[in-house]
Design a protein around this ligand. Sequence first.
Ligand SMILES: N[C@@H](CCC(=O)N[C@@H](CS)C(=O)NCC(=O)O)C(=O)O
Ligand SMILES: [Zn+2]
Ligand SMILES: [Zn+2]
Length: 188
Amino acid sequence: MTSLHPLIDDGLILGSDDHPGGTLYCKCASDPVEVTLSSNVAHNHACGCSKCWKPAGALFSVVAVIPRDNLAVTANESKLHVIDPKAAIQRHACSGCGVHMYGRIEVDHPFKGLDFVHPELGGEDAGWQEPQFAAFVSSIIEQGFDPAGMAEVRDRLHDVGLETYDCLSPPLMDLIAAYTAKKSGALK
Ligand SMILES: N[C@@H](CCC(=O)N[C@@H](CS)C(=O)NCC(=O)O)C(=O)O
Ligand SMILES: [Zn+2]
Ligand SMILES: [Zn+2]
């Protein structure tokens, strides 16, 4: 059966509320890039979009946010490069193994100040917040997934307790819309 993601296929491993953070490692056998997080992550979710890093064979990425002040590159930063400088999220990837170590927003954006990270790089059962929902589910079709398999994919996500959305979850979409409305003056 196609893997959704190793952290989803067999059910979620629940995180611990008081998780203090830890170190993320890229997949290079020597001189790995290290990113140290000084808190747990938030809004962890599965993402089906084409831009987020996924482990080999997985249909989904698992990606979360953390305040940028809680993230530091602590080893081999020189191996990092920005995948697409024009994207809102500047994804810093390792030139050796291709893993995305963190994504940062430098432009005016509702999520500016939050960095995007893949908590599995810090250990699959290390206590990080577990995924809360699945986002950009229909986007897997854009990468070649057969539309006829979508009902099964959504069923499998629901089976492990993940609600599915084709953009972000309603609270995050509301946050983005409120930010846009305040900027335009439609909301005070
Ligand atoms: N359908 C598109 C969706 C891409 C997309 O909008 N991704 C979301 C979720 S990660 C996003 O916020 N992207 C901003 C960015 O990549 O800078 C795809 O799969 O490429
Ligand atoms: Zn690497
Ligand atoms: Zn994504």
